[in-house]
Write a protein that binds this ligand. Structure first.
Ligand code: ADP
Ligand code: ASP
Ligand code: MG
Length: 411
């Protein structure tokens, strides 16, 4: 007997028929004698709809009320799955975040889980009852108000519950049968990985692969939760193992590059003719930091006259307008001539722990992209990844080029 957490994402619970199929997966594990806690997302598209209603009501909404609205999608699917499991003869009960409780901090809309009391769930196993937990939501203890964990947060709910109840495994069921070398919807030659290292998965998720929420990977890594990504579309009677997220040492077949990720969630800002003197970078980036704007890639170019310089950097699309307003306001203090912006850019990244021991990995990419006529606007590198900022129109071409270059194409 093992103790399992099974998480089902939006497409997997998109309608009652799909929820019935999810219930069959759960029943299979119960019939094998396992203790099971389930975490569900909202039906696919539901959270987007709820978010759009909030924005329609008031763009400058109170984040506590945003959470009250957007957390509701998971309440529906947890109840529906409990009803269907009961109908199949599996004792089941739905649980919302506050009922467990899953305690969070007060950062509404992007809250972090602070503590989970797994006691009630473990007691439920004694009653042979399946807990069906609403993902994506918790409760801020100081106020008793519902708080959501940021988009894609049900993954984090699942891994956190698995850590809290000392589960043997956390299975993240989704609409693909594992983690691929790149998004299989974009590159048909993408290959499923049997295993991927925590660090690589962390980078893949941070750099745009939305298959797992970044915090879920962090949490799995910290608490050593054995996490698989697998498909809910498999026949419940013939499940496939999917991809294991594991320690680097547990990967036998090592490649220099493991995967390619991309993110359209980038906006480029260039400040022209900034005075080339000490203190200017601080004048630009301090006000942005104070306003919690996340600056990512930064490049500084020496201008012809040697007295001024151009500074280019990127911010997340959602923070772009705020960043622009802050910089325009600080224009005199910083001293630049014009602010140029582009939201039509994409960041393409290659990730692999093998980069630590291989030189020239990024240089190969620059050459291959140049040969395809793809212009690179900015570059960043770190120990196990590099990223290039390019025009969004070249996204697929660039991803495919790098995917082939590093030998990731499916045979
Ligand atoms: P869920 O609703 O189950 O949480 P998501 O839509 O959040 O599912 O994540 C699954 C999607 O992630 C896949 O349909 C796929 O298009 C996308 N994806 C992006 N990069 C990858 C990758 N490297 N491997 C697998 N899926 C990926
Ligand atoms: N329903 C939430 C979202 O769409 C959480 C999740 O699916 O993980 O972001
Ligand atoms: Mg998801």
């Amino acid at each position: 007997m093992a103790r399992l957490v099974m998480k089902f994402g939006g497409t997997s619970v998109a309608n009652v028929e799909r929820i019935r199929n999810v219930a069959r997966h759960v029943k299979r594990e119960i019939d094998e004698g396992h203790e099971v806690a389930v975490v569900v997302s909202a039906m696919s598209g539901k959270t987007n709809e709820l978010v759009s209603w909030v924005n329609e009501a008031n763009k400058h909404y109170d984040p506590r009320e945003y959470d009250a609205v957007v957390a509701s999608g998971e309440q529906v699917t947890s109840g529906l799955l409990a009803i269907i499991l009961q109908q199949m003869g599996v004792p089941a009960r739905s649980w919302q975040g506050w009922q467990i409780p899953i305690e969070t901090d007060g950062a509404h809309g992007a809250a972090r889980i602070a503590r989970i009391d797994g006691g009630g769930l473990i007691e439920g196993f004694g009653r042979k009852e399946v807990a069906v937990i609403a993902g994506f939501q918790g409760v801020e203890p100081a106020t008793g108000r519902v708080a959501t964990l940021g988009r894609g947060g049900s993954d984090t709910s699942a891994v956190a519950v698995a850590a809290a109840i000392h589960a043997d495994r956390c299975d993240i069921y989704t609409d693909v049968d594992g983690v691929y070398t790149t998004d299989p919807r974009i590159v048909s030659k993408a290959r499923r990985l049997d295993r991927i290292a925590f660090e690589e998965m962390l980078e893949m998720a941070s750099l745009g692969a939305k298959v797992l929420q970044v915090r879920s990977v962090e949490m799995a890594m910290i608490h050593g939760v054995k996490t698989f990504v697998r498909s809910s579309f498999d026949d419940p009677a013939d499940p496939q193992p999917g991809t294991l997220i594991c320690n680097e040492e547990d990967i036998v077949e090592e490649q220099v590059v493991t995967g390619i990720a991309f993110s359209k969630d980038e906006a480029q800002i260039t400040l022209r003719k900034v005075a080339d003197k000490p203190g200017v970078a601080a004048a630009i980036f301090q006000p942005l930091a104070q306003a919690n704007v996340n600056v990512d890639m930064i490049i500084q170019v020496v201008s012809d006259d040697a007295k001024t310089t151009d500074i280019t950097f990127t911010v997340p699309t959602a923070e772009f307008e705020r960043a622009r307003a802050i910089l325009e306001k600080a224009k005199d203090a910083i001293g630049f001539s014009t602010l140029q912006a582009s939201t039509d850019v994409v960041k393409v990244s290659a990730i692999g722990v093998g980069m630590r021991s291989h030189a020239g990995v990024a240089a190969d990419a620059f050459r291959a992209l140049a040969e395809k006529g793809v212009n690179i606007r900015a570059i960043t590198t770190s120990e196990i990844k590099f990223s290039v900022l390019i025009d969004a129109a070249y996204t697929e071409l660039a991803v495919r080029t790098l995917h082939s270059l590093y030998g990731l194409d499916k045979a």
